[in-house]
Design a protein around this ligand. Structure first.
Ligand code: ADP
Ligand code: TRP
Length: 333
């Protein structure tokens, strides 16, 4: 039987953090074993914020090395850089003709970004979900492993795929579904600054590449409170976030120990943070070592990107040919 197709990407806008890993990359590593996977670096998407050419290049290399260091295997998955597959932008043009201003303007992430940076509300930002849909459906993906924050973008991808099928009376594109690591809900890894998600642009990331000393410092600075005074009381958000992170990186019995201490009003946040920091460092330190090694081997990275681009283009070209035929874009010569 044919393996189901999987597509996902990450923008090269900074070091990967625990949110990226547990929301996305962890699933990549697992899925490559039994799916036909395309994992890419979304350099075109990162252009909405106008990086310098040097920053863009460095970002691409960084994420590529991090993908490999996390265990994504170029023998098992197709790893490539988005801009190496120009067919994606061609499909993006076609999809843009059937994407409406109203629905794009209503997208939460567009509204948020427009509010945060009113001086840079560019068309690329508006049509971000269209490019993302092109990334996904050009390989006819069935599953997309992403974190909770991408839920709406993925919903838009299904909308654009379904709309194309209806418009051209075909079943060219499967409707891509989210995929989660353990079959549960989509994940949101919180930041340790009290509320919200961990994010590159939120300035609250704990990075895979980070020096253990820095990780310890960041965790020890995490927002807490004076501690519970009533037995079995609910946890306020900053404390819940600490526990959420601990559930992700620590052994279940360790989490249980602190959970019980909290219920008894005997929790010592200092101890909990020390434990959490050690568990994070134990997880990130080997990855960090591998990133450092891979970054030194530019030739290897170039080889991976080239092979990946070739494989991704083959799949993209096949879909684009069908798309053009359906639309009626044909050569006269
Ligand atoms: P960031 O949001 O840090 O800029 P990206 O937007 O490039 O990172 O996200 C890359 C992937 O990581 C996406 O699948 C996204 O859903 C996931 N991701 C990012 N932050 C988190 C988080 N805090 N929790 C879970 N998944 C996340
Ligand atoms: N929008 C995604 C993010 O910000 C990155 C992305 C671009 C993506 N194209 C994609 C993710 C296709 C999954 C599939 O994280």
């Amino acid at each position: 039987m044919k393996r189901p197709i999987v597509v996902s990407g990450i923008r090269p806008t900074g070091y990967l953090h625990l949110g990226n890993y547990f929301g996305a990359v962890r699933s990549f590593v697992k899925m490559q074993e039994s799916y036909n996977c395309y994992f890419f670096i979304a350099d075109l998407h990162s252009l909405t914020t106008h990086p310098t050419p040097d920053n863009l290049q460095a970002g691409v290399k960084q994420v590529l090395s991090e993908y490999l260091a996390c265990g994504i295997d170029p023998e098992k998955a197709t790893i490539f850089i988005q801009s190496d597959v120009p067919e994606v932008t061609e499909l993006y043009t076609f999809l843009n003709m059937n994407a409406y201003l109203g629905e794009l303007e209503r997208t939460t992430s567009f509204k948020e970004k427009a509010r945060q940076n009113p001086e840079n509300v560019n068309a690329g930002l508006l049509t971000y979900p269209v490019l993302m849909a092109a990334d996904i459906i050009i390989h006819k993906a069935q599953f997309v492993p992403v974190g909770k924050d991408q839920e709406q973008n993925l919903e838009m991808a299904r909308k654009f795929a379904g709309r194309f099928n209806r418009m051209y009376n075909c079943e060219l594109f499967p409707l891509p579904q989210p995929f989660t690591f353990d079959g549960g809900d989509m994940i949101k890894v919180p930041g340790l600054d009290g509320s919200g998600k961990m994010g590159k642009s939120e300035g609250n990331g704990i990075f895979l590449y980070e020096d253990p000393k820095e990780i310890r410092k960041k965790v020890m600075r995490a927002v807490t409170d004076a501690g519970p005074t009533i037995m079995n009381s609910p946890k306020p958000e900053p404390i819940e976030n600490l526990f959420t992170l601990m559930k992700i990186v620590s052994d279940p019995d360790i989490v249980q120990k602190f959970d019980e201490a909290y219920a008894r009003c005997e929790i010592r946040y200092g101890d909990m943070k020390k434990q959490l920091a050690e568990d994070i460092v134990n997880f990130t330190a080997p990855i960090r070592e591998r990133i450092l090694d891979i970054l030194k081997d530019e030739e290897y990275m170039a080889r991976v990107a080239k092979t990946g681009a070739e494989k991704a283009r083959e799949s993209a070209q096949a879909t684009l040919k069908e798309v053009k035929q359906l639309i009626g874009v044909k050569r006269l010569f």
